[in-house]
Design a protein around this ligand. Structure first.
Ligand code: SF4
Length: 288
């Protein structure tokens, strides 16, 4: 996909909207927004050639704070909206945002199918392991035993591992970042934006207001970069590192080339260029 990168060198200020972020002081989402600004500047995208699509939740306010086009959607339906935008306007760069509740609970089905379709989208999930907007309930990435308004006697469920899920569902780019490391996160986002196909970036983005377990301090003590010799093309090795709880790895776990959803459509759904003509001829004869 050709992206118009414009004719002049842009600054971070070019990507800031007039709206000031409304997150609580100390929210991890500030670091993600900072990284997104940096990534957009590195790419030097024309803001008018970018669409930010989000769902519902604290993190999903992010399109208001970016000077691109934006679509603040409905809970869990981020991916269908982003799919529609991308399919209708593949010439634009569509970036998708959400939180762990939006992505891995009500939106989990859409997430799975976006990955197996290999849509050419970048999905940034601000994962704070809690529902912040509704004042602190257990989310799919909350750990077992976690005590919240919705689990006052402790969470009886195991946490979902989004990295394992993404590799298993066929995502062609799977990475994890940390909002306290905005430059490293910006570099990951740039890699995701430059990847042809579905890029998923899970970001540890703590909610200091409602989550006193998954804190900046906890993550700072637990995270470490993936080994330099990690072979990201190997999904089994990616799953090995994704499964680790101590340490928690950051970086690109998995990346491979595969036809995108757009490629498949272009080639008549079969991967065979010649079949496209047959599909068109069949349609014309059916309706003539
Ligand atoms: Fe951030 Fe939590 Fe406040 Fe929401 S409730 S803005 S996630 S700190």
């Amino acid at each position: 996909m050709a992206i118009d990168t414009g004719v002049r060198e842009r600054t971070v200020e070019d990507y800031k909207s007039d709206e000031k972020p409304t997150w609580c002081p100390g929210c991890g989402d500030f670091g993600v927004l900072n990284a997104v600004y940096r990534a957009l500047r590195i790419q030097n995208f024309d803001p008018h050639r970018v669409v930010a699509v989000s769902g519902i939740g604290c993190s999903s306010r992010i399109p208001y704070f970016i000077s691109t086009y934006g679509f603040h959607g409905i809970h869990g339906r981020t991916m269908p909206i982003a799919t529609g935008v991308h399919v209708a306007r593949p010439d634009l760069k569509t970036i998708v945002f959400g939180g762990d509740g939006d992505a891995f609970a009500i939106g989990a089905g859409h997430f799975v199918h976006a990955m197996r379709r290999n849509l050419d989208l970048t999905y940034i999930v601000m994962d704070n392991a809690i529902y912040g907007l509704t004042k602190g309930q257990t989310s799919p990435t909350s750990g077992a035993g976690f005590n919240t308004l919705s689990t006052p006697q402790g969470n009886p469920e195991q946490a979902l591992n989004p990295m394992l899920m993404a590799v298993a569902c066929g995502a062609t780019f799977v990475a994890r970042g940390f909002s306290a490391e905005p430059q490293k996160l910006a570099d990951l986002i740039v890699d995701g934006l430059n990847h042809k196909g579905f890029s998923f970036i899970d970001v540890y983005s703590p909610c200091p207001t409602f989550n006193k377990v998954n804190t900046f301090k906890t993550y700072k003590e637990a995270v470490t970069p993936l080994p330099e010799d990690h072979d990201a093309s190997d999904p089994i090795k990616a799953m090995h590192y994704a499964n680790s709880q101590d340490p928690l790895y950051l970086g690109i776990f998995h990346q491979r080339e595969a036809p995108t959803f757009g490629d498949q459509i272009e080639q008549g759904h079969s991967g065979d260029e010649s079949s496209r003509q047959k599909v068109l001829e069949g349609l014309f004869s059916r309706f003539s």
